[in-house]
Every structure is written in C-alpha cells, then in structure tokens.
Design a binder for this molecule. Structure first.
Ligand SMILES: Cc1cc2nc3c(=O)[nH]c(=O)nc-3n(C[C@H](O)[C@H](O)[C@H](O)COP(=O)(O)OP(=O)(O)OC[C@H]3O[C@@H](n4cnc5c(N)ncnc54)[C@H](O)[C@@H]3O)c2cc1C
Length: 404
C-alpha cells in the first residue's frame, strides 16, 4: 500500500504550517466576504512554489488522471508521482482549515484547468489552461443546470449551434462554484449538428464574451469561502477555436464522465482534512474539559465516540492513499471512485458532527472551528453526484464489468 515517504511528510508539514499561519487567522473574514478567497489563494500558489512548478510543466505530457494502464512503482525514485501527491496534500491541508477554499481552488485548477490541460489543443493549454493552474485566472466548471442535476447529461438543455466561424450558446447553469468571480468557464453544452444529431461537447467561454452573465452569489449553509452562482448564456457567441480539443472532438459522453471521476477522486483528500482536524480538536478538548470532577475523556461514552471517529479517520486515510496510488500507477476504477466518494463524504459529515457533540455547546460556536467544518463537510455528500448516483453507477458496474 502506498504511504508517504520522508519528502512527502516534509511537504505536508510545510503546507500545514502555512495554512495555520496564513489562512486560519483570516478565514472568518473570507467567509464573511471581507477578503476575496482568491487573494490568499494566489499568495499561497506563489509562496508554496506551485507557480514555478506549473511554469516548468511539459504540456505535451498527458496529465495524470488515473485512467491509465497499471505500472510498477520505481523504488529508486522518491519523487515519482510528486504532482499528484503534492496536489492531494495541498487539498487535504487546506481542507483542515477551509474545505470551501479547497473546493474553489480544486474547481479552478483541477476541474476547469485540468479539463483544458487534459483535453485541449496546445494553444488552448497555453492560453487558458496554464493561467488557471497558476491562478492568474479563476476558472469555473459548468455542468449542472436548473433542470439537470443528477441527470446532468440526459436532461441537459444548454445548446451550442455552429454559425460560420462561431458557436452560439443558449441556456443556463446553476450551482456553479466560482461562478461570481470566474474569468474562464468550461461549459458543457449540446452541440447541434443538424441531421448528424446532437452531442455533448465542452467549450471555453470567457467572462467578457457577449451574452454571458452570472447571477448573484447564493447564500449557502456552508462552503461560504467558495462563491456559487448561476450562469446565463443568451446568444453567447464564441469563436470556433474555443471548442475544447478543436478538431479532436469527442463523440461519446466519456469525456464528461472523466471530468466527474476527476472531481470525485479529489473527495478523499478533502474528507481526510476535515476528519483529521475535527478528531484532533475533539481529543484535545476531551482531555482539557472536566465535568463531574474528571476530564470528560475518562468517560467511556466519550471514548466510544473517539474510538469510532478514529476508525473512520484511518479508513478514509486508506482511501486517500489508494486513490493517489491508483492515480499515479494506474488502475483507478469507476467502482472504487464512487465507493470512496460515498464513504469519505459520509464519514466527514459524521466525524464533524461527533466533534460538535464532544465539544457540547462550545462545538456550536464559530470560535471552535468544528461547526465550520461540519457545515462545509455536508456539501461533500452532494457535489460531484449524490450518494444515490454513486450507488446507481456502482450497481451498473457490479452487474456488468466487475470481476471477483
Ligand atoms: C455548493 C455547491 C457547489 C456546486 N458546484 C458545482 C460546480 O462547480 N459545477 C457543477 O456543474 N455543479 C456544481 N454543483 C451541483 C451539484 O453537482 C448538484 O447539486 C448535484 O449533482 C445534485 O444535483 P441536484 O442538486 O439537481 O439534485 P437532484 O438531481 O434534483 O436530486 C435531488 C434528490 O433526488 C435524488 N435522486 C435523483 N435521481 C435519483 C434516482 N434516479 N434515484 C434515486 N434518487 C435520485 C438525489 O440523490 C437527491 O437526493 C454544486 C452544488 C452545490 C450545492
């Protein structure tokens, strides 16, 4: 089983210190809208060396998505798969402080940026993908529509029609992370090819394109550090070369499903960040808080909660490592991604709620952090497809492709 080596542990330590020193003290102001989340995220990208990593990227090399042939680890290369490991550590450590910021960061770089880098032409990668990875530009990934959520592909209404050297988009998207602030939108739409039928393609749309507008930020239960809105396309005209992949268009829906799998495979890192922090806060508090003349950690009912939280933490950690291992060395299956998505997201919500219980009234107070993590964690169960959708997908795979 893949585990962190000394280099990974050093990176984890460095990222943790950075988040606690630079993000934690201002997180309430970010959540209250006094500081835009992307200001500290941009400083983070510069300070933690992410910008220089992106600048040295080889754009011809395929990005690691997990959908590859299996290969053996190289025991002599401690830096193998470092982009995947460092990315996962970053998301985990950011989620310990703010899952909302981790989501905004992940959507902009991993989903919007990753889709363009994975599927775009060289020119699209250079012009739109790299600025997203460096956070010079903010990205949004637009699939869900008011009438098309769980059935995002089957019920999609947003259309793209060819018109000379342009495509013209009409329709709307909703619940779009970074919608109110994004510069670059990766948009899924039904491309109408007349008698040849309709197929789902993705397009790069820019904030300044005529006919694009975004709604006011939604007022949400959690993920308050991450702005969300509707996006409207009203005869939105974009040049032909903004079809992602250009001439290498995809005819099947597999490319959309790959995007969803990428989104889901980031879940264990976010969930583990939430769980680790809640567990640590709960143990520390249970040792410090006394009732009936004893620290509450001495009560067996509290120990029972903590022991079960620990079990969840270690299982989610295993899922985190397994997802990384299969992304680096190949073999990530849809069945495992869906299983990991359900388990890790449900455990994040459960552990955060257990932490609130252990902290009693203080757990319900903003100052004690776990209430924020609990509100944010709930979204992990909904975004990137609800548990029901994961179960239905798993059922399909178990009935068809799975072999014991
Ligand atoms: C804060 C936030 C950020 C988001 N960010 C993005 C983003 O950046 N980009 C993007 O494209 N989307 C985004 N989403 C959308 C998210 O992916 C959807 O909300 C999610 O997929 C569920 O769709 P829905 O809300 O339309 O629910 P619905 O599909 O209407 O589902 C409602 C309920 O019915 C259940 N259900 C539906 N069909 C079935 C069935 N066949 N069998 C059993 N039960 C069923 C669902 O599980 C759910 O419990 C975001 C959502 C939120 C809340």
């Amino acid at each position: 089983m893949f585990r962190f080596n000394d280099t990974h542990l050093m990176i984890q330590d460095m990222f943790r210190q950075y988040m606690m020193k630079e993000i934690e003290p201002i997180i309430d102001k970010i959540e209250d809208g006094e500081i835009p989340a992307f200001d500290p995220l941009r400083r983070m990208v510069d300070t933690l060396g992410i910008r220089s990593q992106v600048e040295s990227m080889d754009l011809d090399r395929p990005i690691m998505s997990g959908a590859r042939e299996k290969r053996e680890p190289d025991p002599n290369n401690p830096l193998e798969g470092m982009e995947v490991v460092a990315g996962n550590i970053l998301v985990k450590e950011l989620s310990r402080v703010s899952p909302g910021m981790a989501m905004s960061f992940g959507v902009s770089t991993g989903l919007a940026g990753g889709t363009i880098l994975g599927k775009g032409t060289l020119e699209q990668k250079e012009t739109f993908g790299l600025p997203l990875l460096k956070l010079d530009k903010i990205g949004a990934w637009c699939l869900t529509e008011p009438g098309a959520g769980s059935d995002a592909l089957g019920s999609m209404r947003t259309s793209a029609v060819e018109d000379g050297d342009s495509f013209v988009l009409n329709g709307s998207k909703t619940f779009i992370t970074n919608g109110p602030v994004a510069d670059i939108f990766v948009v899924y739409a039904r491309l109408d090819r007349g008698s040849a039928g309709k197929e789902i393609q993705n397009f790069i749309v820019l904030r300044e394109d005529p006919g694009l507008s975004t709604g006011n930020p939604f007022d949400k239960m959690g993920m308050k550090a991450s702005p969300t809105s509707e996006i409207f396309f009203d005869d939105c005209r974009i040049p032909r070369d903004r079809l992602i992949g250009g001439a290498r268009e995809r005819k099947s829906r597999d490319h959309v499903k790959e995007g969803l799998a990428t989104e889901r495979s980031g879940l264990p890192a976010m969930a583990l960040g939430v769980i680790e922090r809640c567990f640590e806060i709960a143990v520390r508090y249970a040792k410090e808080r006394s009732q009936f003349g004893r620290p509450i950690i001495e009560f067996q009912l509290i120990q029972n909660r903590l022991a079960r939280m620990y079990i969840a933490q270690e299982n989610v950690r295993n899922s985190f490592f397994r997802t990384m291992e299969q992304t680096i060395y190949g073999g990530l299956t849809r069945l495992e991604v869906c299983a990991g998505k359900i388990y890790c997201s449900e455990m994040a919500t459960w552990v955060a709620n257990e932490a609130i219980s252990i902290l009693g009234g203080y757990g319900y107070m903003r100052e004690y952090v776990v209430e924020r993590l609990a509100r944010d964690a709930r979204l992990l169960e909904i975004g990137a497809g609800t548990a029901e959708m994961q179960i239905l997908t798993m059922g399909e795979d178990l009935a068809t492709t799975w072999k014991p």
